[in-house]
Design a protein around this ligand. Structure first.
Ligand code: SF4
Length: 496
């Protein structure tokens, strides 16, 4: 059986790009390999990224045209689009009975994946599997709309994909494969759910990718996961649908794997892709202690809850190599935080940012504008918080509020007095009418502009470089030797 794991490209210009190997397909590959199934990996996002600079034969710009692809999927002939699809699949080594697994994080990867899958099944006898967070949030959608997709896998996919491959290989019934969706007798069948324990994951085998292509100026950044799920339950978040249970990887396993990755790839820079590294501060402390003791000498970035209130712990975090923490604050109004079900005290947030800043960690914070029931007074509290804490905040990300599919609010609109506007079922962020206190579009725009002005005034968005370029994670790590003095770091960024 020939298994191909595909990480589709994002639509060009959708995101500011960085060059990170896709952990999703690497983890799937490593899990399958350990159990006797070899697979080939295709990172089409890398190809698309490189195509901007090189003279690629594939026109990824055309493959980013969502409306054009939608028409193709509806049956419209499009020879030029098919030429690009042909060029993509020419890079796949095709054999009979190929199994293609598409790992889809975001809607921006969906349409191009569907176009490739449609074109593949026209030409070859193939089994098409779609999985990833987007598929989990839109469970059943792809399978029901596009008959060339054979299976959907929801949630963490390692073991489900292995069970499916095993069943296909041995011609067994697939009804026992967990987290699987498929069509049977004209109906969609949903198999039972099963959680995957991150401690059962395998050591990521990045050599399955052309890993040297991810080096920027000689430096490589590797993604790595320590924690799956989250123990918080913010009403606006859908993580419980994707991963209902929190699991932390044993520190022994983490240390062993990081050491091995470091040696194997000559890499110091790690992007830890967790919802929260400090779901339990004692876990974080144990991790930092071990990284220091073992003299791992790495640099890392992760997401954290802004409630680390011990100076000693914060200094250990920095000493263990942490250079940036992403804190999801979302609002500085206690009343809005309560409405979000965020268990944060704004005084603690303030203290945490100060300690983190003092330790020399880059504080990247996020805010949401226009949350349910956010008043002008609540918003002013957030603005004042930014002003008062501008020295401890290094960069800000701000977004208007939408309701994510499968979040607690989405699942219970009447409880939150909202009416959902679901006009496009492919979208995972849904607009809404707040039935009690609607903030008009003008109000939201005005609030976004006000925060935007503060960001500009105090240079709190230094990721924006000249010529509208963005400071990528790769470049951020490159500059990290100057992070001890953040003012020098910021000056350097201005010159880039
Ligand atoms: S928003 Fe962050 S902290 Fe809140 S539930 Fe989601 S992942 Fe957890």
């Amino acid at each position: 059986m020939d298994i191909k794991l595909i990480f589709p490209p994002f639509e060009q210009n959708t995101y500011d790009r960085c060059l990170l190997p896709p952990l999703s397909i690497v983890s799937l590959h490593s899990y399958l390999k350990k159990r006797g199934y070899n697979s080939r990996l295709y990172d089409l996002e890398l190809e698309s990224f490189l195509s901007v600079k090189s003279k690629s034969k594939i026109n990824f710009q055309v493959l980013s045209d969502r409306q054009r692809i939608k028409k193709y999927l509806e049956g419209k002939k499009d020879f030029y689009l098919e030429l690009q699809l042909e060029r993509i699949i020419n890079s796949f080594e095709m054999f009979d009975h190929n199994v293609f697994c598409f790992s889809i994080i975001d809607i921006s990867q969906l349409f191009i994946s569907l176009a490739i899958a449609k074109f593949l099944t026209k030409k070859y006898q193939s089994t098409i599997i779609f999985g990833g967070p987007y598929i989990t949030l839109n469970k059943g959608f792809v399978l029901e709309q596009f008959c060339f997709v054979d299976y959907e896998i929801t949630g963490a996919s390692e073991d489900s994909l292995y069970q499916l491959i095993l069943s296909l290989d041995k011609k067994l019934d697939v009804s026992k494969v967990p987290n699987l969706l498929y069509a049977k007798d004209g109906k969609t069948v949903y198999n039972t759910n099963k959680e995957f324990d991150i401690n059962n994951s395998e050591m990521p085998d990045f050599n399955a990718l052309p890993i040297e292509k991810y080096r920027v100026n000689g430096n490589l950044v590797l993604p790595y996961q320590l924690v799956s799920g989250c123990n918080e339950n913010c009403f606006f978040c859908a993580h419980r649908t994707i991963n209902p249970l929190i699991k932390m990887k044993d520190v022994d396993k983490v240390i062993k794997e990081l050491k091995e990755l470091k040696e194997k790839h000559n890499v110091r820079h790690f992007y830890f892709c967790d919802n929260l590294i400090n779901a339990d501060n004692s876990y974080l402390e144990e991790l930092c202690d071990r990284i220091i003791e073992e003299e791992l000498d790495i640099l890392w970035i992760d997401h954290a809850k802004p409630d680390i209130l011990s100076q000693e712990l914060m200094q250990k975090i920095r000493k263990s190599g942490c250079v940036q923490l992403y804190y999801g604050i979302e609002s500085a109004s206690e009343s809005v935080l309560k409405k979000m079900n965020k268990h944060l005290s704004i005084n603690d947030v303030k203290k945490c940012l100060e300690l983190s800043h003092k330790a020399g960690i880059w504080n990247h914070v996020s805010f949401i504008v226009g949350y349910l029931g956010e008043t002008e007074k609540d918003f002013d509290t957030t603005l004042n918080f930014i002003l008062e804490n501008k020295n401890a905040i290094d960069s800000i990300m701000v977004s208007p509020f939408y309701i994510p599919k499968k979040s607690i609010i989405y699942n219970n609109p009447s409880r939150f007095n909202v009416a959902l506007n679901i006009s496009d079922s492919t979208q995972v962020m849904v607009s809404f009418d707040d039935l009690t206190n609607q903030n008009s579009e003008e109000v939201i725009t005005d609030r976004m502009t006000k925060i935007g002005s503060l960001i500009d005034k105090f240079n709190l968005f230094p990721f924006k470089l000249k010529n509208n370029k963005i400071l990528s994670i790769n470049m951020f790590f490159d500059l990290c030797s100057e992070l001890k003095d953040k003012s020098i770091f910021k000056q350097r960024i201005k010159t880039l």
